[in-house]
Design a protein around this ligand. Structure first.
Ligand code: NAP
Length: 250
């Protein structure tokens, strides 16, 4: 049997990351599911994948912290082998508020978790994948948000701006590493049913907004996972620096 490709999914224990992990497992990838605090959901998911014949490890690591990120990538190297795919998915939002109510601590927390983390994971992935560093290439998929385009006024402009940074990261990095065997693309989900909206203080947010979505409903994590998976595979071999919106037409 061929050696399985190795994928790292940051924030893979819940929500969109978990749906993505289940999809890659069905396609026989060896997986690293990263999480920050919620070991129960990540471990349960990994157990299910392993029970179905998959290869999977979980690594607790705060990807906003440089030493944690180095340890995460070293662990993958030592236990699963050479990384082929990075899915940068971990992200947070804070309670809805207008910009004039935001303090520096909140804004910095959003940016370190949603932007610095993606930069650090991209950096380590490139060191493992780039032909410039003796690698054989690979793929990075960044999970941004439709908020990068809408700006999320009255809710969380800080979050929206952090996702705008991910769109720019995707473009710049895709060009920087295009000749080194690495493709870098981006998926921008819209309103997707996960726990994230409760973290923003409004668990029922999608119900409030769904009439504004042209397809008249919220999206499923599994629908986002399909776009991530397509960008991670050879099916999208001529795409880099591109964005797939999974927003129901918003
Ligand atoms: P979620 O259900 O809240 O899950 C977030 C995941 O990220 C959790 O596994 C969490 O770990 C992990 N995480 C957060 N900060 C981390 C850190 N510093 N280090 C490691 N892991 C960390 O969120 P989701 O809705 O699936 O969102 C996934 C991605 O999609 C995010 O980037 C989000 O911005 C984006 N997105 C979501 C929506 C939506 O409507 N849901 C829309 C657009 C974009 P723990 O489980 O340990 O807490």
């Amino acid at each position: 049997m061929n050696t399985p490709k190795v994928v790292l999914i940051t924030g893979g224990g819940r929500g969109i990351g978990a749906a993505t992990a289940r999809l890659f497992a069905r396609h026989h990838y060896a997986e690293c599911i990263n999480y920050k605090t919620n070991s129960e959901t990540a471990t349960k998911l990994a157990d299910d994948i392993i029970a179905n014949g998959g290869k999977c490890i979980t690594v607790k690591a705060d990807v906003a912290q440089e030493t944690n990120v180095r340890r995460l990538f070293d662990t993958i190297d030592q236990t699963l082998g050479r990384l082929s795919v990075l899915v940068n998915n971990a992200g947070i939002i804070k309670k809805q508020m207008r910009l004039e109510e935001m303090n520096a601590e909140r804004i910095n927390t959003i940016f370190i978790n949603n932007v610095t983390s993606y930069f650090l994971c991209c950096r380590e992935a490139i060191k493992h994948m780039s032909t410039r560093h003796g690698g054989v290439g690979g793929v990075i998929v960044n999970v941004s948000s439709g908020a990068a385009r809408s700006g999320s006024p009255n809710e969380y402009i800080d979050y929206a701006a952090s996702k705008g940074a991910i769109d720019t990261l995707t473009k710049g990095l895709s060009l920087e590493v295009a000749a080194e065997g690495i493709r870098v693309n981006c998926v921008r989900p819209g309103l997707i049913y996960t726990d994230m909206h409760a973290d923003g203080g409004e668990p029922g947010r999608i119900e409030r907004l769904k009439d504004k979505i042209p397809l008249q409903r919220g999206g499923l994590a599994e629908e986002v996972a399909e776009a991530i998976y397509w960008l991670a595979t050879e099916k999208s071999s001529f795409s880099t620096g591109n964005y797939i919106d999974v927003t129901g037409g918003l």
